[in-house]
Design a protein around this ligand. Structure first.
Ligand code: HEC
Ligand code: HEC
Ligand code: HEC
Length: 474
């Protein structure tokens, strides 16, 4: 430093310091901007908006979306940084505890309709980014959404503490060094963020994911998320990489599958916005998921062919009653779009070589007829009207009509071994098969004590088993 008058020196030092701090502030700004951008991307991949935004134009993240669960409706909460209605006074630690441990700031337990069992795998660095995004970019909204009120005994949120002890694995994602970087990127996306398993892994009687058969197919309310393991018949082992990529990005692979219900929502809100590299990584990961077979002889995307054998179906297949009503419902309600021979056209999918009609369960066929299909990807809107409770009066079909038309479609275009009764349709209309704990719920009061004993015994057994397993494998 050149010689300066003593009075000027402190001033200059002061100026230098000022320049340095403003430089630091600038660096901090870009750090925060990077963090917020990363958080925005993570929120999209993890599909937070899908559940935390009310349908039909609700404010993003202000909650109020009703999730139909076998226990009853669970309403999502307001996760905007509002101090009165949202998470405005959540610290990063509070936020992280809610998202990864399923415990709200006031200590109450969240229901696993919030997929914290998957988010538990999100890394600390990514939690920081998500928090930065919610606090800095999401607009606060003071609207208080409807409260969740489940019937007893599910109203007791503390029971989730026992459930978590049994089923919540708090291990964060760790890359597997034996696998490629792309596989690891796919594994992190699929397991922690996009949470494929919360829908595609079967659940046990206590509604927890069955870890012994990951992605082997699970019920999501009235819908069924099929087996997407690498098995060539029961899973997606016979799909090409291009098929899988196109399905995840658009939800439509002609001659194979269309996405309706919760899968359509995931594609619409999340997957279509992911970079191509992410989708490629997820596909790489899916290819490597251990196959889980089903005993089926034919893959669900290979059934059927164009059929005009109306005579045969009117007479009924050998040993089967005639299905005249099914034919009439099909001609009146379906054929205009899917064509009289079920082959579809440029705009409407064929009903043969279609996973919704070739599978070993009719859930998605019935649910699509009841609830229709609505999926917006980019500029393209796929729309099929609902014929269930939300249908316009003239189009509404009874359980028997839906059973008849399903049997007509299955016999002519899909898997003829699958049969649908009006009672099956009623179950899907009511939101799907109830898991064991729900069917047992009416017995809850007298069974509560017995239940507590069983839970304690289960926990003891599980802890013992966990402790033992290292020796068992040694
Ligand atoms: C599949 C639906 C679903 C998705 C996806 C989802 N949430 Fe939730 N979330 C819920 C529901 C439902 C609740 C309320 C649960 C309850 O009342 O027990 C909730 C509760 C919360 C809470 C607790 C809020 C409070 O009031 O204390 C936070 C925080 C939260 N979610 C953040 C997130 C973030 C961040 C994401 C994305 C990374 C996300 N959620 C994705 C359904 C979802
Ligand atoms: C919110 C629940 C949900 C999530 C999350 C979800 N899926 Fe799905 N998925 C479904 C449902 C339901 C279907 C059936 C849709 C239909 O046939 O209309 C489906 C269908 C599919 C299919 C087509 C299968 C077939 O035979 O038609 C593939 C492939 C698939 N999902 C992959 C994935 C992957 C990969 C992820 C994670 C990146 C994922 N899904 C996340 C619910 C979900
Ligand atoms: C107004 C036209 C229209 C009518 C009427 C219609 N559909 Fe559809 N259907 C569609 C469209 C559009 C799709 C989805 C295309 C896409 O995803 O790109 C679809 C998809 C389907 C699927 C595949 C769903 C899945 O989850 O994979 C089935 C099965 C189906 N329709 C059966 C029927 C049956 C049975 C009827 C009569 C009760 C019917 N459709 C009436 C337009 C129609």
């Amino acid at each position: 430093m050149p010689k300066l008058l003593p009075a000027v020196r402190p001033l200059l030092l002061c100026l230098t310091a000022l320049a340095a701090t403003s430089g630091m502030a600038l660096a901090e700004d870009t750090d925060t901007a990077d963090l917020v951008a990363r958080g925005r991307y993570l929120a999209t991949a993890a599909d937070c908006a899908a559940c935390h935004t009310a349908p039909h134009g609700g404010t993003p993240f202000a909650g109020g979306y009703a999730i139909d669960t076998p226990l009853g409706q669970i309403f999502s909460t307001n996760i905007t940084p509002s101090k009165t209605a949202g998470i405005g006074d959540y610290s990063e630690a509070d936020f992280s505890r809610a998202v990864r441990d399923g415990v709200a700031k006031d200590g109450s337990h969240l229901y696993p309709a919030m997929p914290y069992t998957a988010y538990a795998k999100i890394t600390d660095a990514d939690m920081k980014a998500l928090y930065a995004y919610f606090m800095n970019e999401v607009k606060p909204d003071d609207h208080k959404p409807q409260q969740t009120e489940l019937p007893f005994p599910f109203s007791i949120r503390t029971s989730m503490a026992a459930w978590n002890l049994l089923f919540l694995d708090k291990t964060r994602f760790e890359p597997n060094p034996a696998k490629s970087a792309e596989w690891n990127r796919g594994a992190y996306l699929a397991e922690a963020l996009t949470h494929c398993a919360t829908c595609h892994t079967p659940r046990n009687g206590l509604m927890a994911e069955d870890g012994s058969q990951p992605l082997a197919g699970g019920a999501v309310g009235p819908w069924f998320a099929p087996n997407i393991t690498s098995d060539k018949i029961a899973g997606i082992g016979d799909w090409s990489d291009e098929d899988l990529t196109q399905y995840l990005k658009t939800g439509n692979v002609p001659g194979k599958a269309q996405a309706a219900g919760p899968m359509a929502e995931a594609i619409e809100q999340s997957f279509q916005h992911l970079p191509d590299g992410d989708i490629k990584a997820i596909v790489t990961y899916l290819r490597d998921v251990p196959p889980v077979g089903s005993g089926d002889k034919k893959a669900r995307d290979t059934f059927g062919e164009p059929s005009t054998e109306i005579e045969a179906s009117l007479r009924g297949l050998p040993g089967q009653a005639p299905n005249e009503n099914g034919f009439h419902v099909f001609s009146g309600s379906c054929a205009a779009c899917h064509q009289p021979e079920g082959q579809g056209n440029l705009h409407y999918p064929s009903l043969f070589k279609n996973t919704a009609t070739g599978g070993d369960r009719p859930d998605n066929l019935i649910a699509t007829i009841l609830y229709g299909l609505h999926r917006t990807v980019g500029e393209n809107v796929a729309f099929m009207p609902a014929f269930g409770p939300d249908a316009s009066y003239t189009d509404r079909l009874s359980d028997k009509d839906i059973a008849d038309v399903s049997n007509y479609v299955l016999a002519n275009y899909g898997n003829p071994a699958v049969k649908v009764s009006a009672a099956d349709v009623a179950i899907i209309r009511e939101g799907g098969e109830k898991p064991l704990i729900v069917r047992l719920a009416p017995l809850a009061a007298p069974a509560a004590i017995a239940g507590a004993v069983i839970v304690v015994a289960l926990i003891a057994w599980l802890l013992l088993r966990r402790r033992r397993s290292p020796q068992a494998t040694a």
